[in-house]
Design a protein around this ligand. Structure first.
Ligand SMILES: O=c1[nH]cnc2c1ncn2[C@@H]1O[C@H](CO)[C@@H](O)[C@H]1O
Ligand SMILES: [Zn+2]
Length: 369
C-alpha cells in the first residue's frame, strides 16, 4: 500500500505533492483556521486590543507555540483571540469566505467546518445572525474559489461548548438551519469533567429530528467518554476518538486484540475524525510517528484525516498528508482510502456523497496514481 509515492518514508516530502489530489475534511474549526494577517486586520477594524503581537509572522508562531502546550485546556486558551476578533457580521463573513478559499486552494473538495455560534454574541449579534453571516461567507468563498477553477463544497456543523449549558438551544438552531447549509452538530471544549451525557436532551432532540451529529470524544479523556458518546448519546462519528487505542491490546506474539468497545467501533464502521498534529500539541499523542493512526489504519477502522485547527497547528490537509507519509510511508492509495472514508462519513445526502466519490475523488486519484 505504501509504495506509490514520491520519496522514501522518513524523508519529509513537499506538501505541494499532496495538494493536487482531492481531499475531504470533516473536522476543521472555523475559529481555529484564520489567517494570521486576518486576525491582525480584524483586531484593528473591531477595536480588539488583546493580541500578543501585531506582526503577522510572529502572531502565526505565537499561536503554534501557545497551542503546543501538552494539554487541551491550555490549547483552548488561544481561541480567546480568534473569537475576540469575530464579533461582527463583517468579520464572520470574511473569516468564512477565506476559510473556503484556503481549503479549496489546498485541494479540499468537500469540507465540514464547525464553530460554536454562542462564542460570537459578545457584542450583541443574535445566534441567527451569526449562522447567516457564516453561511454567506462560505457561499462567497465557494464562488471566489470557483472563479479560479477550484471547486469546493462546504457544510457547516454547529458546536455547543461543553462547559456552557446551551446544547439544546444550539441543537435547535442546527435543525432550523439544516436546509441552509448546516449539516450537523457537535460538542466541543474541555472534555475532562464534561462528559457527553451532560447534553443528553440535545442529542435526543437531534435523533428524533433525524439530524446528524458527531461528538468530540476520546481526545483528552479516555474510553468512558467514547462509550458515552456512542452508546448513550448516539454519536454517528467521533471527533478524534484516538483513545480507542486504550481498548486494543497487543499480545506477546504481536497480534492485536480488540476489546468490546473497540470492536463495536470498528464493526459499526464508526468514523474517527483523526487530527494528528493537534493531538501532538494537546498531548493526546506523543508524536506523529507514534500516533495511534498507524495501528488504527492497519486494523482498518474507518479512519479519516483532519486538520482540527490550521492556525494553531500551522497545518493544512496537504501538510497532514505529508507528515503521515513521512511517518508511516503512506502512499496515494492510502490517501485515497482516507479520502473515500471521509466522504462516505460526511453528513451530506447519499446521492451527493456518491457523486463526489465517483466523479471527483476517484478520477482525481486515478489521474495521479
Ligand atoms: O480539539 C479540540 N477539542 C475540543 N474543543 C476544541 C478543539 N479544537 C477547538 N475546540 C473548541 O471548539 C470551539 C468551536 O470551534 C473553539 O472555540 C474551541 O474552544
Ligand atoms: Zn476539534
Amino acid at each position: 500500500m505504501a509504495s506509490d509515492t514520491s520519496g522514501p518514508a522518513g524523508a519529509t516530502p513537499d506538501p505541494e505533492k499532496f495538494r493536487r489530489v482531492p481531499k475531504v475534511l470533516l473536522h476543521d474549526h472555523l475559529d481555529g483556521g484564520l489567517r494570521p494577517g486576518t486576525v491582525i486586520e480584524l483586531a484593528e477594524a473591531t477595536g480588539y486590543q488583546a493580541l500578543p503581537t501585531t506582526d503577522t509572522a510572529e502572531l502565526g508562531r505565537w499561536f503554534r507555540d501557545a497551542a503546543d502546550s501538552g494539554s487541551l485546556e491550555s490549547y483552548l486558551e488561544t481561541f480567546a483571540h480568534t473569537c475576540g476578533v469575530m464579533q461582527t457580521e463583517e468579520a464572520l463573513v470574511r473569516v468564512a469566505a477565506e476559510c473556503a478559499e484556503d481549503l479549496a486552494d489546498d485541494g479540499v473538495v468537500y469540507a465540514e467546518v464547525r464553530y460554536a455560534p454562542e462564542l460570537f454574541v459578545e457584542r450583541g449579534l443574535s445566534l441567527e445572525t451569526v449562522v447567516e453571516a457564516v453561511q454567506a461567507g462560505f457561499a462567497e468563498g465557494e464562488r471566489r474559489a470557483a472563479a479560479r477553477g477550484k471547486v469546493i463544497r462546504t457544510g457547516t456543523l454547529l458546536c455547543a461548548m461543553r462547559q456552557h449549558a446551551r446544547a439544546l438551544e444550539i441543537a435547535d438552531l442546527a435543525v432550523r438551519y439544516r436546509d441552509a447549509g448546516v449539516v450537523g452538530f457537535d460538542i466541543a471544549g474541555p472534555e475532562d469533567g464534561f462528559p457527553p451525557t451532560r447534553n443528553l436532551d440535545a442529542f435526543e432532540f437531534l435523533r428524533t429530528s433525524n439530524a446528524h451529529f458527531t461528538i468530540h470524544a476520546g481526545e483528552a479523556f479516555g474510553l468512558a467518554s467514547i462509550w458515552e458518546a456512542i452508546q448513550h448519546c448516539g454519536a454517528e462519528r467521533l471527533g478524534h476518538g484516538v483513545r480507542i487505542i486504550d481498548d486494543i491490546k497487543i499480545g506477546d506474539d504481536g497480534t492485536p486484540h480488540l476489546g468490546r468497545l473497540a470492536a463495536y467501533v470498528r464493526d459499526r464502521r464508526i468514523p474517527l475524525e483523526i487530527c494528528p498534529s493537534s493531538n501532538v500539541q494537546t498531548g493526546a499523542a506523543q508524536s506523529i510517528g507514534t500516533h495511534p493512526i498507524g495501528l488504527l489504519h492497519q486494523l482498518r477502522f474507518r479512519v479519516t484525516v483532519n486538520t482540527d485547527n490550521r492556525l494553531m497547528s500551522g497545518c493544512t490537509m496537504s501538510s497532514e498528508f505529508a507528515a503521515l507519509h513521512a511517518a508511516f510511508g503512506y502512499g496515494l492509495a492510502d490517501f485515497q482510502w482516507f479520502t473515500i472514508n471521509a466522504m462516505k462519513s460526511a453528513f451530506l445526502d447519499f446521492d451527493r456523497r456518491l457523486d463526489v466519490i465517483n466523479n471527483v475523488i476517484k478520477p482525481g486519484y486515478a489521474a495521479v496514481l
